[in-house]
Structure formats: C-alpha cells, structure tokens
Design a protein around this ligand. Sequence first.
Ligand SMILES: NC(=O)c1ccc[n+]([C@@H]2O[C@H](COP(=O)([O-])OP(=O)(O)OC[C@H]3O[C@@H](n4cnc5c(N)ncnc54)[C@H](O)[C@@H]3O)[C@@H](O)[C@H]2O)c1
Length: 472
Amino acid sequence: MNSRRKFLRQLGGSTALLAGTGTLVNAETAGMSAAPVHLIKPLKPRSAADTINIGLIGAGIIGHYDLNTALRVPGTKVVAVADLYDPRLVRAKEVWGKDLFITRDYREVLARKDVDAVLICVPDHWHDRISIDALRAGKHVYCEKPMIHHIDEGKAVIDAHKKSGKVFQVGSQRASSAAVLEAKKRYEAGDIGELTSVETFLDRTDALGAWQYTMPPNLNPKDVDWDRFLGDAPKRPFQAERFFRWRNYTDYGTGVAGDLFVHLITGLHTITGSQGPTRIFALGDLNFWKDGRDAYDLVTAIMDYPKTDKNPSFQFTTRVNLATGAGGDIHTRLVGTEGVIDIGWNSFVMNRLKRPNAPMYSKGYDALFTYPQAMQDEFIRQYDQKYPAGQYTREIKNEPAIAFNTPANYDDRLDHMIVFFNAIRANNPSLVKEDAEFGLRAAAPSLAANMSAAQKKVINWDPVGMKLVKTV
Ligand SMILES: NC(=O)c1ccc[n+]([C@@H]2O[C@H](COP(=O)([O-])OP(=O)(O)OC[C@H]3O[C@@H](n4cnc5c(N)ncnc54)[C@H](O)[C@@H]3O)[C@@H](O)[C@H]2O)c1
C-alpha cells in the first residue's frame, strides 16, 4: 500500500482523535495537541433592543435551514415570511410563531419598515428580481446561490448592490467554511508551490439529492400562486412537478452546473482569490433521471484560469453526476508543484513534497537499464561526481501529511450567516467576501458550462470585466 493511501486509511481510523480540534494536525502527532477551534465569532448586540429583524422570502427546504441558522446568531428575530404555497405559510406560523406576518407577495415583506434584512430562498429564476427589489427597498440581502439564472442578469444585481450601500451576501457557504479558509491559508503560504491544476466533483446518488422532492398529498392547485411563480419564465398551465421540483427544469433552475458547480467554484475562488476562467467547455447528458426533467443530470466541464498577479495559469476540471451508483461525495483537489491539497466538505489533507535539486534518474525504471552495464556504471560514476549525495537532494522527499478536520457538528452555514450579520452590525458591507461581484464571477462559469454543453462549443468569458466574449 503506498504511503498516501496508508495515511488516509489511518486518518479514517483516527477521526475521533481529529474530531473536535478544528485545527491543523500533523498526521503523525494527531491527537497529541488540541489547539482551540477557529470559527467565526458573532458580534454581540449592543443592547436588548439591538435586534436585526428578518424577512424570509421562500419558506421551502433551504428557507427553513437558513432562517433557523440565522436565528442562532445573537440578536436576530423573524417578523415576516413570504411564500407561494399556502401550506408553507401555515407551517411558517407553526414553526416561527403565530404572530408572524405572512403573505404570498414578497413585496409586502419589503414594504415593512420593521424588516432589516431578507433571506431570499426562492427558485433561481427569481433571485435577481427579488434581490434588486430588496436592495432598492433598503434591506440587507442574503440571496441563495446561484445569484442569477442567466449571465446577463448579473450586472443589474451588482449595480443595485453598489447603489444601496447595504450588505449583500450570496448563500454559498463555501466562502466561510473553515476547511476552505484553512486551505486558503496553506495555499497562500505557498505550501503546495505553484498551482498547476484543480479537479473538483460533487456526486449524488439518492432521489433527494437528485431533486425528486416530496410532493404534497391531495394537492389543491388553488393553494399555489402559479402565475407569480412563473415570473419571467414562459407561461404554461399549472404543473405540480414544475412547482415542487423546479430544479429539474431549466426555465426555473440552473441545472447541476448552475446549482452545484457554483459551490465548487466559490470554494476555489475563495482559496485562490481567482476571478474566474477565460474559456469554458462542457459536456452534458441526461442519463438516469428520465422523469420528465429537461436539465442534465451529468455535466463535466474543463476551464482555463489565466495567469494573474495572484496565481499562475491553471487548468480546472469539474463534474456533477446525479446518476452514478458510485457513491455521493464532494471533492476539490489542488495540485501544485510542491504538493497537493485534497478538500472534502469539512476537512482536508495536504501532502507536500520536496523537489530534488539534482536531475532524477531511476535504476529500476528508466532508459538507464536498457544500456550495457559498462555504460550504466559510467553514467552513475559521472552523476555521483557531478551531484554528490551529501550536497544534493537527488530524490523527491514526501513530507508527513497534514490534516484538517472541523469539529463534530460544525456548520459552515452558521459561519456564513455570522459573516452576514457581522457585516450588518458593523455597518460594513465589505466584511462580506461573497458579494454581488463574487456571486456573478462564481455563477457565470457555471452557467457558461450549461451553455457550452447545449451549444456544443467553447464559451469565452472575461472574468475581470465580467462579460461573455463573442467568438468570431
Ligand atoms: N446553499 C445551499 O447549500 C443551498 C442548498 C439548497 C438550496 N439552495 C438554494 O436555495 C434556493 C431554494 O431552494 P430550495 O431547495 O429551498 O427550494 P424549495 O422548492 O424547497 O423552496 C422554494 C420556496 O420558494 C417559494 N417561492 C417560489 N417563488 C417564490 C416567490 N416569487 N416569492 C416567494 N416565494 C416563492 C416556493 O413556494 C417554495 O416554498 C435555490 O436557489 C437553491 O439553489 C442552496
């Protein structure tokens, strides 16, 4: 077994030692030092009256997660909820209190003076419109990812954010995840040398992961505000699957690329400070979920990231597969000239190496062993003379692996929420890194992957100017 695989096996067996440390641990000393957990600290409310009132727009799956997470941040309260399915409004009162203001029309939430901040947890095709309306209404905005449904919607959100002076954060929690931020430190310290390539994937195997969400029994279409749901999407008669499983349809969702590449790219941009790739090429297929959906369930993309003052040029490959039986997982691998960082959702392992300063040869597998013995001996004699063993490193030296694990029950969504509320409390929108420009720069390559797969061509993107580049 090679030493890396052996280490990973040992690591698998020593989770208990690593869990709870939330810090970098040299694999060989795992469990011996327990440094304190490094998580983002919430700013304290100045008084009991210092409360940030929240309006939730979209009380579906992530609306519940996001709001419950936000309510764990000190000095927050929910006052209003909008949704287009009446039973979800009933449920909102059951969960968050009977005094809650509820409505089908999100504009009524925005019109309320007591709402300071909104969580926008609606399908992707509504993200830009509601974000812009909320910023114009003077609300701080936490908008779920991807920030936009189509690339050309991005600039208007950026403009509205700039004009508003309010805090705006996109909801891909990778931007605040402890494993990502710790990997960023290692990357910036030059621990893996010059970046050459990044590989990522996010695979899912189950029906829930593949967006086959539970539909209500005895559905009454009158409980659904179908016309409002359609928004700027093409008009069509009510279809329950499209409402409850909207992600499977490109009129409302952004497919596996827009929906999930965006997490992987957010992590990548957070670690490297990259603004995005210049060329995107992707393949898309619908292999497994033949349930009427029109979104691909498998997309693989390659992108090239240009050289900048922060990074060398590097290749990026990414994939989301909802169709595999091989096991769901998320992975990011940064490959540098001096090492590799393998990142999961809440952990990473870094393997570093020291490069030799003499040219390498191998007695076992090289052209050398194909030469006559006398010639081999002469080669080695000359090599030893030119690169004496004491003065030169003549082989790659692997250093002990370094592992990072977050504590058990670590929740990066909470860290991300804390960043949002800290920026509001500090009255400092720039505390948010995943702002509207970041949001466009993460969403656009993801959406361009969809375009590339559909049009079967390379899509060119200007990551600095944030615009598509036409090819002649
Ligand atoms: N950050 C994450 O990890 C993460 C995870 C899951 C989903 N998301 C994002 O969250 C968003 C919502 O996803 P979900 O899984 O919660 O979907 P969902 O279908 O469970 O919930 C969406 C809710 O929005 C409501 N809605 C639709 N249009 C509306 C409108 N115009 N006004 C008010 N309410 C409206 C629907 O009635 C529904 O209750 C998506 O953009 C998704 O990409 C993010």
